[in-house]
Design a protein around this ligand. Sequence first.
Ligand code: 13P
Ligand code: SF4
Length: 298
Amino acid sequence: MTIADDIIRLKKEKNAVILAHNYQPPEIQDLADYTGDSLELAIKAKDAEEDIIVLCGVMFMAETAKILNPSKKVIIPAEDAGCPLADYLTAGMVRDAKKGNPGAEVVLYVNSTAESKAEADITCTSANAVSVCASLKSETILFGPDSNLASWVAEKLPDKKIIPLPKDGHCPVHTEFSPRDAEDAKKKGYTVVCHPECPKSIRDECDLVASTGQMIKEADRSEKWAVLTEKDMVYRLKKEFPQKDFIGFEKAVCKDMKLITPEKLKKALEDEETEITLPKDIMDRAKDAIERMIKIKG
Ligand code: 13P
Ligand code: SF4
């Protein structure tokens, strides 16, 4: 019996579904029932009929799954898998910003804590940030916690005033790239795609700016891609399109995404741990903001 056999057996015995983010290590992507971006995982979790949802990703993704499908047991195999970007923003900071900007609507990237989401009018992911902000009536939008995604949305929607909350929230993985990474790849004949969490200086050098899910949807545009996002996205892309040439960057590692291993996944299924629990009022308020986002197409 291999560890993969054990995981498949436990999954059946416990009636569990395994959802994995596109940045998970290859061996976890291979064990998952479904691999996707943060929006796709949220929708899968909302619709899951199994008794247990195992979220192989980081804490905000597991919290989002619990908020959207509260009657299920949601477990994360590494309870310390956080997101340094989410930690930039507290619920208190959102409340203070609302007081200071009456009339502004609050859009929070799903890479945020459940407590912060409970203060938001609506959430967004990198796949729908522009359409979510475009759908709002107010001209002024408080947008957090990613200041780079905020600047990407502001470029796309010049009629809106996008205020980043806080000013310097960023992902340590996507700010590791330099414009040279894109320039060098272009010289070698690659079409270059980056995630919108990259700073403007990098986005400006790229052929395409896309969420991880959009990178898959847009892959037909080229046969040779250089991918400026977390390194294991390339594994996902190669699996989908084995005939194409994808190169990634070994320096782009999300340490939190790598905390989940097959051993920890097996133990999580055995012990049904670590279970996500959140205060009901936080769940209810955050759910309104997340469900409002899911209703927006695009
Ligand atoms: P996606 O929504 O594109 O999957 O991105 C999630 C994320 O954490 C990017 O760093
Ligand atoms: Fe958070 Fe960045 Fe890791 Fe995404 S890649 S989970 S934003 S730290």
